[in-house]
Design a protein around this ligand. Structure first.
Ligand SMILES: [Fe+2]
Ligand SMILES: [Fe+2]
Length: 163
């Protein structure tokens, strides 16, 4: 299925959103320490997995899509990726200092809002457009490009020597 890597990335991001909402619920109730622990546990996904996903979009799908729909709409999505990184940087600052529960709540809520809105736009507008307007050959090239990016982004694993 075309764009499956990106769709799978969205499914996993929405699972992370559920966990962010749970952490947000803890922050809302003033359970700061628990909320910090929950949010910290999500950082590997929010940073590493999302970095791969955004790269797959920016260097894979969006390049092809830009030829068809122009740079403006594509830059709108790239801009949302940048807003996401700013929000994650703020979250990390909050997690590193003895966090104020109210502030943590607002920041978690903001990240949930950003991610849900962004995924919704890509799934409802950008992906269907790509599937309609790109040829089968182009979609295959996009998928191959995204596979290469995922491979390059994988942390190097020590060889086990067993082949
Ligand atoms: Fe995106
Ligand atoms: Fe996406």
């Amino acid at each position: 299925m075309p764009l499956e890597a990106l769709k799978e990335g969205h499914r996993r991001a929405l699972q992370a959103v559920d966990r962010l909402k749970a952490a947000d619920g803890q922050a809302k109730q003033g359970e700061t320490a628990q909320a910090v622990t929950s949010a910290r546990g999500l950082l590997p996904f929010l940073e590493n997995d999302q970095r791969v996903h955004f790269r797959q979009e920016e260097e894979g799908l969006f390049l092809y899509l830009g030829y068809i729909i122009g740079d403006g709409p594509v830059q709108a999505m790239v801009g949302e990726h940048e807003s996401y990184w700013k929000a994650i940087a703020s979250l990390k600052r909050l997690l590193d200092s003895p966090a104020d529960a109210g502030e943590l709540h607002r920041q978690l809520q903001h990240i949930v809002y950003l991610l849900e809105g962004h995924i919704q736009k890509e799934e409802s507008a950008y992906f269907p457009l790509a599937e309609r307007r790109l040829s089968a050959t182009q979609l295959q090239a996009v998928d191959e490009e995204m596979e290469t990016i995922a491979r390059l982004e994988q942390p190097a694993r020590p060889s086990t020597g067993s082949g």
